[in-house]
Design a protein around this ligand. Structure first.
Ligand code: GN1
Ligand code: MG
Length: 352
C-alpha cells in the first residue's frame, strides 16, 4: 500500500487496512479509483485542477447539490468529509475527494436498447425536475462559460491566430465547417439573456455512463459525475445527451459514415425526458430541443479542435491526432443533425 494513499485515506478518517485499489471508469478528466477497505468500498478521485481551477467552489456546489438530492429522497453520491470538515482534501497542490461506492449498481458504456435510452432520459429529467426547487444562483460557475458556444468559438479563433504548435495547416477543412455556423452560436445564450429561458441547475455531462442502474431490478439509481453541476440551461443537458448518444463509441472513429442522427434514439430520449419535464420547460425551450443537439455537438467539436490546435492541453489523448479525430467525428455529426432539424422538430411537435 503506497504511503501517499494511506495518508489520503487517513485524512478522511479511514485507517483500516486497505485491501485493493484499482482504476475505475474511463473519464477524460479526473483520475478515479475504486478503493476497498475492510468490507467497505469507496471511490477516490484525484480532481484535475488544470481543468477545474477553483476546486473549493466546485466541491461546495457538489456538496450542496448532493445534500439537496438526498433530502429529496433521490439517491446520490455521499461525500466523505475530510478531517477538517471540508468535503474534499488538499495535499500540496493535489485535490482528492472520497465517496461511498454505490453498490449493486451498474452503468452502461453504450446503449444496447431503446428502453435504456428512455430510462436515462428519465433519470436526467428527474434530476432537473428535483433540482428545480434549488436556486441555481446558489451555485458557482465551475468552468465559466462552459456551454457558451459563441465564447468557445472565440477561443478557437484565438488559438488559430496564435497557432503555437503550427497545427492550423492540418485542420483547414474543419475550421471552415466551424466558421460556416457562426450565426447559430449565440441562439441559446441570447434567449437566456432575454429571459425566455431560465437559468437552471444543470449536470453538464449527461452521458449514459453517468447514470447508475440497479444491478438486479434495472431501475434508475443515481446520476453521477457531478463535477460540472452549475447554473446553465436544461437545453445544454438535453443537447449534450443526444450528442453523446448519437456518437456512441464512435467519438474516436475515423470512419465518419457512422456519425449520424438516430431518429429512434432522438424520439425515445425526448419522450423519456418530456415525461418528467414537459410541464417545466418554457415554449422557447421546447422549440429549441432539436437545435440544442446540434449546438452542443458542434460546440464539442469546436472544443476538441481548439485543444488540438493548442497542443492537447485539456483533453487527455491516447494518440497524436486524437483531438483532431474527435473534432472530426463531432463536426460530422453536427452537420447531420443540422440537416435533419426539420424532421427532429416534427418529432417534438408530435410529442407535445
Ligand atoms: C469530457 O471526462 P468526460 O468524458 O466525462 C468533458 C465534456 C465533454 C466530453 C467529451 C469537464 O468529459 O464536457 O463533452 O469530455 N468534460 C469537461 O467526450 O470538460
Ligand atoms: Mg464526465
Amino acid at each position: 500500500m503506497s504511503n501517499e494513499l494511506m495518508l489520503i485515506l487517513k485524512s478522511f478518517d479511514i485507517s483500516s487496512e486497505l485491501i485493493e485499489c484499482a482504476p475505475l471508469g474511463n473519464g477524460h478528466i479526473n483520475s478515479t479509483f475504486l478503493v476497498c477497505v475492510d468490507n467497505k468500498k469507496y471511490v477516490l478521485q484525484k480532481i484535475n485542477n488544470y481543468v477545474f481551477k477553483d476546486v473549493d467552489l466546485l466541491m461546495n456546489n457538489y456538496y450542496k447539490v448532493t445534500e439537496y438530492l438526498y433530502k429529496n429522497k433521490i439517491e446520490t453520491i455521499h461525500l466523505i468529509k475530510a478531517n477538517d470538515e471540508k468535503p474534499y482534501l488538499k495535499i500540496g497542490d493535489d485535490y482528492y475527494r472520497l465517496y461511498e461506492y454505490i453498490d449493486n449498481a451498474i452503468w452502461h458504456e453504450e446503449i444496447s436498447n431503446l428502453e435504456l435510452v428512455y430510462e436515462a432520459a428519465k433519470a436526467f429529467g428527474q434530476f432537473h425536475k428535483t433540482l428545480k426547487g434549488f436556486n441555481a444562483k446558489e451555485l458557482g460557475e465551475v468552468i465559466p462559460n462552459f456551454h457558451n458556444t459563441y465564447q468557445r468559438y472565440v477561443n478557437l479563433l484565438n488559438a488559430i491566430k496564435e497557432d503555437k504548435m503550427d497545427r492550423v495547416k492540418d485542420c483547414l477543412p474543419e475550421i471552415k465547417i466551424v466558421n460556416s455556423f457562426e450565426q447559430d452560436y449565440n441562439i441559446i445564450t441570447t434567449a437566456i439573456n432575454a429571459g425566455l429561458i431560465p437559468l437552471a441547475v444543470t449536470h453538464n455531462d449527461p452521458k449514459i455512463n453517468n447514470v447508475l442502474f440497479d444491478k438486479n431490478s434495472g431501475d434508475i439509481r443515481a446520476v453521477i459525475d457531478l463535477d460540472t453541476v452549475m447554473p446553465g440551461s436544461y437545453l445544454y443537458d438535453f443537447g449534450d445527451a443526444l450528442r453523446s448518444l448519437f456518437t456512441g463509441d464512435n467519438e474516436d472513429s475515423e470512419d465518419l459514415s457512422k456519425l449520424k442522427v438516430n431518429f429512434d434514439v432522438f424520439e425515445t430520449y425526448a419522450k423519456g425526458y418530456l415525461s418528467e419535464m414537459k410541464n417545466v420547460l418554457t415554449k422557447r425551450e421546447i422549440e429549441l430541443l432539436p437545435f440544442s443537439a446540434f449546438l452542443l455537438t458542434i460546440e464539442c467539436g469546436i472544443r476538441f479542435l481548439e485543444d488540438y490546435i493548442r497542443g492537447d492541453v485539456y483533453f487527455r489523448i491516447k494518440k497524436p491526432n486524437h483531438n483532431l479525430i474527435r473534432a472530426r467525428t463531432q463536426l460530422t455529426l453536427a452537420k447531420d443533425i443540422y440537416k435533419n432539424l426539420d424532421k427532429l422538430n416534427d418529432i417534438i411537435d408530435k410529442l407535445v
